[in-house]
Every structure is written in structure tokens, then in C-alpha cells.
Ligand binder design. Structure first.
Ligand SMILES: [Zn+2]
Length: 459
């Protein structure tokens, strides 16, 4: 057993779904996965696909579209038929229907008073900002392609048409998804506004909005109304989570701030509006962490290679213990090391490149640096291209010339340089180690593939 733990319920009625994108059947556990945020995003995606009448997942037995339900206990998920009329052997309904839930949670007068006050707050806050059109609270938004909606508040901000919906209690994911699709088609933007927000994640509707909005949610209150009046622009309270690196792992911190509309990024394509770019930060953090891991590996490998050269290698089959460790680490970044250190002719290449990098002889018992250059240009022509790139990158021209009293090297260079410019076959680089060389010597990575192509009819 691996440590991977799907968020799917155990023994679900619908154990597999048919993915209409790839035409494949996927197990419920795999489809739901082990990441809560991604499961909530899938929930939205499935409902949106149903609203677009292009369902993403079907039940493979009865071909009825399915959506993702979150069970309150333990926040586990399962698939449910959109319609259940006895045609399928899987039974996924039978819990409370929307109407019954509505009846139970209906909280009468207080809720409608709160709702009314929230609407006033939003409309008044918008009215503070002259860049908005006058807010409307009692009007239909007619869709250009049919359909209509009655947003709590609507207004235009410049060219952007915005709808504000107040979120006081549960709103079904179906409703949220249908509205998203409507405003997306309209080229507008829907903003959900909460009166309160529970950071413990105990309210599913809140999660449905939060995880589909780059982990930002907005609240409106008497406090944000006062801020809007003071600033002369629409202000809202934003709550978001910030990933912070803590040792090797990422910890999420809740943040809160009153922000103005000018501080926000609008992404109508994905119906997102956010203050803090959570997804962007996560991508940057993981890119940084990856770069740091790679740099450590690059240094460890170099230290190993230099130490090995210092000790004087035997037949190349030494140091297999640490080498196997390196092979595993390089495997993880998609690079294959040879079976033993310096195998397949890589010994000469790496010695030449490390010598160029450090400006001293590594791996040979030569007296002078220039002897390496003669060795490569004479006996290892397919490595000469990479070696020259390294001499240039690490600025070793002066060193070689200072050792070239006879002028023999200069003559050699003049000869092979012409041949290289024509793309001569004898200097055609050996590309087998390009990946490894590019990783170990990033300074020359770009040049590795740029050996001249021979002109037609020549070479
Ligand atoms: Zn079915």
C-alpha cells in the first residue's frame, strides 16, 4: 500500500466514470484524487460541463451524466447520477433533495433583512466610485445568447460588466456553476460576496467559491462601506491563504485586508477576481525549490568528480556506491548517467569541461593546460565543440595563448575553425551527453546544438 489516500468515499455506488474528453473509464478514486482543492475544482468543472450541456463524466453503466457530491463527514466525495429513474443498478440519490434542504435551512425574516442590508452596502460602496456606472439592484440581466439572471447588484466598471451576488447561506454548486457559465458567455464577471467567512473550511459553498477563485474570497460589511466612502472607490475585504515555505514543506497562512478594486486582478475567462495570486506564487515557489535542489545536485556531482580525479581513478569502476546514488538523483530529473563513472567515453569529456571551468588540469597528469586542448583537438574531435564552448564561457583564451609559445595551437585553431564553420563531419559533436553537459555546465547549454550544418554538396 502506498501512502496515497484518495478523497473518494469507500465502496462508492459509482466506482468508475467515463471521461468524455479521453473516452476512457477512470476509477472514482483516481478521478477524485487526494487533493482537496483539486476535488473542489473538479466539482465545479463537472457542474459547469452539465450546464454547458457537454457533460464531462458519465456513469459507464447507464450513460447518465454524473456530478461530484461532497459528504459532510470527513469531507469525502462520491459521484451521483444527474437523473436516477431506475435504469441503472447504481443508486446514488435518496439523501435530501434541494427542496428539502431549502425547507430545513430557511431562516425567515432575519436572513432577508441581512440580505437587504448587504445589497445596500454593496450598492452604496459602488456608488462611491465614479468609475462605476450607477449600481442597479432590481434589474434583469438579459443574456445576449438567451437566458437571464437577476444579480443582487450589477454595474459596469469601465467596459467590464459586473454582477455581485450575496452569499448568506448554502448555494448549490449547480447554481454557482450555472451562473458562472452565464456570465462567462456574457463576457461579464460574477463576484460572490460573503457576510462572514469561516476559515476552518466547514462550509462547502464557501469552499466552492474559494477554491475556484485562486483562493481569494471577498466580504462586504459596514467596515468596507466606510472604507469605500473614505477612498472614493469600491473597497471590499479580501481573505486569502498564502503559501509559506517552512523547512521543506509549504504551510498556508490566512490573511485579511481591506482592498480596493484597483488592487484586484480580473480574469473573466476563468471567472476569477483576486488580490493575491495563489496559483502564481505556488508555481514560483516550486520552481525556486526545484532550482535550489538542482544546484545542490550540480555542486555535489562536481565535488565528487574533482575529488575522484584528485585521488586518481583506477579503471572507472570505482566509486560505485556514491555513483549509484547520483544515478538515482539524476533519474529523478530525467537524466541517465552511465553505468559506472566516466563510462561510454564520458570520462574524457567531463575532465575536459571541468578543466576548462576551473582553469587547471583535472583528470590528466599533464604539465600544462594547453596539452588538454591538443589532446581533445587531436584525439577526441567530437568533443571539441563542447570544449571550445567551455573555453569561451569560462574565459580561458588568455591561459591557452600564454602556453602556446610555439604557435602550434594557433595554427591548429585556424585549420579546424574553417572546417567547423563548414560543418565538417569529423568535428560533428557527439550529442549523447548533451543533457548531462547542459545540466552540469548551464553556461554552455545554449550552444551545444548550434554546430554549423554543412551546406548542400559539401562535407
Ligand atoms: Zn448509472
Amino acid at each position: 500500500m502506498s501512502e496515497w489516500q484518495s478523497l473518494a468515499v469507500e465502496n462508492p455506488e459509482i466506482p468508475e466514470v467515463l471521461d468524455m474528453d479521453g473516452g476512457e473509464t477512470i476509477g472514482a478514486a483516481e478521478a477524485i484524487g487526494d487533493d482537496y482543492a483539486m476535488a473542489i475544482q473538479l466539482r465545479m468543472e463537472l457542474r459547469a460541463s452539465i450546464a454547458r450541456e457537454k457533460p464531462k463524466f458519465l456513469c459507464p453503466i447507464c450513460q447518465v451524466p454524473v456530478y461530484l457530491v461532497s459528504r459532510k463527514e470527513g469531507r469525502r466525495f462520491f459521484f451521483r447520477h444527474l437523473i436516477e429513474d431506475g435504469r441503472c443498478s447504481a443508486h446514488t440519490r435518496g439523501e435530501l433533495g434541494e427542496k428539502e434542504i431549502d425547507a430545513r435551512r430557511y431562516n425567515g425574516a432575519k436572513e432577508s433583512r441581512d440580505h437587504l442590508r448587504m445589497k445596500e452596502i454593496v450598492a452604496e460602496s459602488i456608488a462611491c466610485d465614479p468609475r462605476f456606472s450607477l449600481p442597479k439592484t432590481q434589474e434583469t440581466w438579459k443574456g445576449a445568447l438567451g437566458g437571464w439572471r437577476w444579480p443582487d447588484v450589477q454595474a459596469k466598471f469601465g467596459e467590464l460588466r459586473m454582477a455581485f451576488e450575496i452569499q448568506l447561506s448554502t448555494t448549490y454548486i449547480r447554481v454557482i456553476a450555472e451562473r458562472r457559465e452565464f456570465y462567462l458567455r456574457e463576457g461579464g464577471l460574477l463576484v460572490w460576496l460573503f457576510k462572514r467567512f469561516d476559515e476552518s473550511g466547514n462550509r462547502l459553498t464557501q469552499d466552492d467559491v474559494f477554491y475556484n477563485n485562486n483562493r481569494n474570497v471577498f466580504l462586504a460589511s459596514e467596515e468596507t462601506l466606510a472604507a469605500s466612502k473614505a477612498a472614493g472607490k469600491l473597497c471590499l475585504e479580501c481573505r486569502w491563504t498564502e503559501p509559506v515555505l517552512d523547512g521543506g514543506s509549504v504551510v498556508l497562512h490566512w490573511q485579511r485586508k481591506i482592498v480596493s478594486i484597483d488592487d484586484l486582478t480580473v480574469d473573466t475567462e476563468r471567472q476569477r477576481i483576486f488580490f493575491y495570486d495563489f496559483d502564481g506564487t505556488v508555481a514560483r515557489l516550486s520552481a525556486n525549490a526545484k532550482a535550489a535542489r538542482e544546484e545542490t545536485l550540480r555542486r555535489r556531482f562536481e565535488a565528487f568528480w574533482l575529488d575522484r580525479a584528485e585521488r586518481g581513478r583506477s579503471d572507472g569502476r570505482d566509486d560505485l556506491g556514491p555513483w549509484n546514488g547520483f544515478r538515482k538523483a539524476f533519474d529523478e530529473i530525467g537524466l541517465k548517467l552511465t553505468t559506472y563513472p566516466g563510462g561510454e567515453g564520458s570520462e574524457t569529456l567531463l575532465n575536459a569541461l571541468y578543466s576548462a571551468k576551473h582553469g587547471r588540469i583535472i583528470g590528466w597528469s599533464y604539465k600544462k593546460f594547453i596539452e588538454i586542448a591538443h589532446r581533445i583537438a587531436g584525439g577526441h574531435k567530437p568533443y571539441l565543440w563542447a570544449f571550445r564552448l567551455a573555453l569561451a564561457a569560462y574565459d580561458r583564451r588568455a591561459l591557452i595563448l600564454s602556453e602556446d609559445q610555439s604557435g602550434l595551437w594557433r595554427k591548429k585553431v585556424a585549420r579546424y575553425k574553417d572546417l567547423m564553420d563548414e560543418g565538417a563531419a569529423e568535428y560533428q559533436p557527439d550529442r549523447r551527453f548533451d543533457g548531462l553537459v547542459a545540466f552540469l555546465f548551464p553556461e554552455i547549454a545554449d550552444g551545444l546544438g548550434k554546430y554549423p550544418t554543412p551546406e548542400p554538396g559539401k562535407g
